[in-house]
Design a protein around this ligand. Structure first.
Ligand code: UDP
Ligand code: MG
Length: 309
């Protein structure tokens, strides 16, 4: 028998714990025909509702259910990392608790694994049911990201992914503190099969990602997988120096040839404002990387466990 580890990060998902379990176990016939044992690892990300209680109840009924409970909210990335570390399976699959990642895809995913793929990833082809502003910024993010990073990050990719032990170990070997899983998956490589499906809306409860949280997360992604913004800062500085030299030359020539009194302080104010703005912007970019380096150097644990079953 081979073992499949199902990793489910949950944050305030009490209504979804049972539904997810029931939906997953609809594959029971497939699991036994494929000779797969299953372990379900619910990673509770410091939920404030009855999530832990629900999982404990479930674990009491079914020994295949495990719980890893954090001491506070560490974010989904930490949940994924903890789950992968705890997973003992020959295969591991990441799934959201809200049934936006349909467990019914598992048999098809295993088909590709059996064909020799190392991992099977999913992407949603529509963003149905999502606020248009959010979709717009998400699209922009992927477009910019793929321009400035060598690591391929697929638009609409979900974290729903089945992978072999080899891939899991590769991901765990990346012990960085600022974890951006979408980038990490791309970075480790391996043969990946992409499955596409229409966006499925969350069954119960509400999304845990506010626009602001997503925005900060996108900055994490950029700084973790690209150093192009640092180069932008230098290039901009260089361009402005060249521009300034040309301006100075022009002013001198104008003064010498036409005897033009050097006038126009409003334009000067504009230039000063613009230059100092750009300087601040560039220092900000450096600051972003510095803060990430700072966190990385501290080597703080990615998560702390309060309780485990
Ligand atoms: N999640 C988590 N920690 C967080 C935020 C979210 O573990 O800080 C989990 C959440 O419980 C869910 C999954 O990550 O299982 C995806 O979150 P959500 O459905 O809210 O995001 P969306 O699908 O709206 O992007
Ligand atoms: Mg969701």
């Amino acid at each position: 028998m081979e073992l499949l580890s199902v990793i489910v990060p949950c944050y305030n998902e009490e209504e979804n714990i049972d539904d997810f379990y029931n939906e997953l176990m609809k594959n029971e016939a497939f699991f036994s025909s494929r000779e797969l044992d299953v372990e379900v690892i619910y990673v509770d990300d410091g939920s404030k509702d009855g999530t832990v209680k629900k999982v404990k109840e479930l674990a009491g009924k079914d020994g295949r259910v495990h719980l890893v409970s954090f001491s506070r909210n560490f974010g989904k990335e930490a949940g994924i990392y903890a789950g992968l570390q705890k997973a003992k399976g020959n295969y591991a699959v990441l799934m959201d608790c809200d049934l936006q990642d349909p467990p019914s895809l598992l048999p098809e995913m295993f088909q590709y694994i059996d064909e020799g793929y190392d991992s099977v990833a999913t992407r949603r082809v529509t963003r149905k049911g999502e606020p248009p502003v959010r979709s717009f910024f998400a699209r922009m993010f992927y477009r910019v990201m793929n321009k400035i990073s060598k690591t391929e990050i697929v638009d609409g990719a979900r974290d729903y992914r089945l992978m072999t032990r080899q891939v899991v170990d590769a991901i765990l070997a990346m012990a960085e503190y600022n974890r951006f899983t979408k980038g990490i998956f791309g970075w480790v490589g391996y043969q990946t099969k992409w499955l596409e499906y229409e966006n499925i809306e969350r069954k119960k409860g509400e999304t845990k990602w506010s626009f602001w949280k997503l925005f900060l997360y996108s900055l994490d992604g950029i700084t973790a997988f690209s150093t192009v913004p640092l180069a932008i800062a230098s290039i901009m500085g260089l361009l402005f120096c060249i521009f300034a030299f040309i301006m100075i030359a022009l002013i001198i020539i104008r003064k010498l040839i036409f005897g033009d009194p050097t006038s126009g302080w409003p334009s000067l104010v504009c230039i000063i404002l613009m230059c100092s703005g750009i300087q601040l912007f560039c220092i900000g970019i450096v600051g972003q990387y510095l803060s990430k380096t700072y966190m990385e150097v501290k080597k703080r644990p990615v998560y702390l466990i309060k309780e485990e079953i």
